[in-house]
Design a protein around this ligand. Structure first.
Ligand code: NAP
Length: 347
C-alpha cells in the first residue's frame, strides 16, 4: 500500500464518464486530484458548472495542456471521445505517466479499429503496450500496467457474462452466440444529439447501429476463436444509466442450469463486484444502478439447448469510471473496493 497520495488528473472531466470519475476519486483516500481538464479554452471553477461536485470546491476545469498535466500528475484518466482519447493517452504515457484510457482507441489492432471506428488509429506503440482492463480477467497484467485500455460498457457486461461459459467449453463450436443488449442514454455521452432529446427518447425504444456497432470486434477478440462470430444488437432504453445484455449461447452438450451456476460461482468466488445470482433469479438495472457491480443471471432452455446469460451493469460505473478506478486500485495496490461501492441505488 502506498502512503503518500497519488497525484491524479482527469482529462475529459466535463463529460459523463469524467464527471463520474471525479465523483469517485473525490472519495478516494489515496488520491489527490491535481489536474482536471475539459474542452474549455479558459479555466473555470469546476463547481460553477457542476454544482453536484460541491465537495470539490477550489478545483478548476482547465484547457488541456500536456506539459502541465504531466507536471502535476503521477496518473491520468483520459475520457475523451474516440479519435482524440488514444492520442492524448499515448502522449501522457510516453511522458512517463500511468494512464487509464476510457475510450475504444487502444482496445483493438489499428486495422480493425479503423474499419469499425472509421477514424485514424492511435499510435501503434501505445496500442501494443495497452493492457485490456477487464479487471476480473486481467488482474495480473494490470498490476504492472502503465497504460490501460479500459473496456467498453457493452463489452464489460457481455464479457463478464459470457467468459466463464466460453472458457469452460460450454459453448457449441460453430453455433452463433446472440447478444441482445440495451443501454441507457448516458452511454452516448453528453454532447447534444436530436435522437437523444427527452421528447424523442421518453416512452420510446429502438435498436441502433444494427450490424455495425464498434463493440463487436472488441467482444469477439476477447471471447476468442472458440466462441466464433457473434450477432450483437444494441438498443437505446429510455433510462439515464444502465447496460442490460441478454446473451444466448448454443450449448456443446446438455447441461443443467445448476451445473452452469457452479461454473460461474467458482469463477467469480471472492470477486467484490461480480455477483452471480442463483438459478431462478434475474438481474435488474435498479440492482446495480450507481454501483460498480455486475449482476449475472443464468437459465438453460432445455427445448433448444441454449444457455441464457443475463448481465446488468451501470454503464458509467462498471462500464466506465468505476472499472477505471478499480484498475487504478489494482495498479497502485489499494484495496480493490477503495472509493467504490457494490450497492445499487434504489429506487
Ligand atoms: N458514456 C459511457 O457510458 C461510456 C462508457 C464507456 C466508455 N466511454 C468512453 O469514454 C469516453 C468519454 O465518453 P463520455 O460518454 O464521457 O463522453 P462525453 O460525455 O461526450 O464527454 C466527452 C469529454 O471530452 C471533451 N471533449 C469533447 N470533444 C473534445 C475534443 N475535440 N478535444 C478535447 N476534449 C474534447 C468534452 O469536453 P466538453 O464538455 O467541454 O465538450 C468532455 O469533457 C469516450 O471515448 C467513450 O467512448 C463512455
Amino acid at each position: 500500500m502506498i502512503s503518500t497520495p497519488i497525484r491524479v488528473g482527469v482529462v475529459g472531466a466535463s463529460g459523463y464518464s469524467g464527471l463520474e470519475l471525479l465523483r469517485l476519486l473525490a472519495a478516494h483516500p489515496g488520491v489527490e486530484l491535481s489536474y482536471v481538464a475539459g474542452n474549455h479554452e479558459s479555466s473555470i471553477e469546476l463547481t460553477d458548472e457542476f454544482p453536484h461536485l460541491a465537495g470539490l470546491g477550489g478545483l478548476r476545469l482547465e484547457a488541456y495542456r500536456p506539459e502541465v498535466c504531466a507536471d502535476r500528475c503521477d496518473a491520468v484518466f483520459v475520457a475523451l471521445p474516440s479519435g482524440s482519447s488514444g492520442r492524448v493517452a499515448a502522449e501522457l504515457w510516453r511522458m512517463g505517466k500511468v494512464v487509464i484510457d476510457l475510450s475504444g482507441d487502444l482496445r483493438l489492432p489499428a486495422d480493425v479499429y479503423e474499419r469499425w471506428y472509421q477514424k485514424p488509429a492511435a499510435p501503434a506503440d501505445a496500442i501494443e503496450a495497452a493492457v485490456y482492463g477487464l479487471t476480473e480477467w486481467a488482474r495480473e497484467a494490470l498490476r504492472s500496467a502503465n497504460l490501460v485500455a479500459n473496456p467498453g460498457c457493452y463489452p464489460t457486461a457481455v464479457l463478464l457474462g459470457l467468459l466463464p461459459a466460453v472458457r469452460a467449453g460450454l459453448c457449441r463450436g460453430g453455433g452463433t452466440i446472440v447478444i441482445d443488449a440495451k443501454s441507457g442514454v448516458s452511454g452516448a455521452g453528453r454532447s447534444a444529439a436530436g435522437h437523444l432529446m427527452f421528447a424523442e427518447m421518453a416512452d420510446n425504444f429502438l435498436p441502433y447501429r444494427v450490424g455495425r456497432h464498434q463493440h463487436v470486434p472488441e467482444i469477439e477478440r476477447v471471447l476468442g476463436p472458440e466462441a466464433g462470430a457473434i450477432v450483437f444488437t444494441t438498443q437505446l432504453l429510455p433510462t439515464v444509466r444502465g447496460i442490460y445484455a441478454s446473451c444466448y449461447v448454443p450449448l456443446a452438450q446438455p447441461i443443467r442450469v445448476e451445473e452452469v451456476y457452479e461454473v460461474y460461482r467458482n469463477r467469480y468466488e471472492g470477486e467484490p463486484f461480480v455477483h452471480v445470482l442463483p438459478p431462478g433469479q434475474v438481474p435488474a438495472l435498479k440492482h446495480v444502478r450507481a454501483s460498480n457491480r455486475c449482476q449475472i443471471g443464468l437459465a438453460v432452455d432445455d427445448r433448444t439447448q441454449v444457455l441464457m446469460v443475463f448481465s446488468a451493469i451501470d454503464n458509467l460505473q462498471k462500464g466506465a469510471a468505476g472499472q477505471a478506478v478499480q484498475n487504478f486500485n489494482v495498479r497502485f495496490q489499494f484495496p480493490e473496493e477503495t472509493a467504490l461501492t457494490g450497492c445499487g441505488v434504489h429506487p
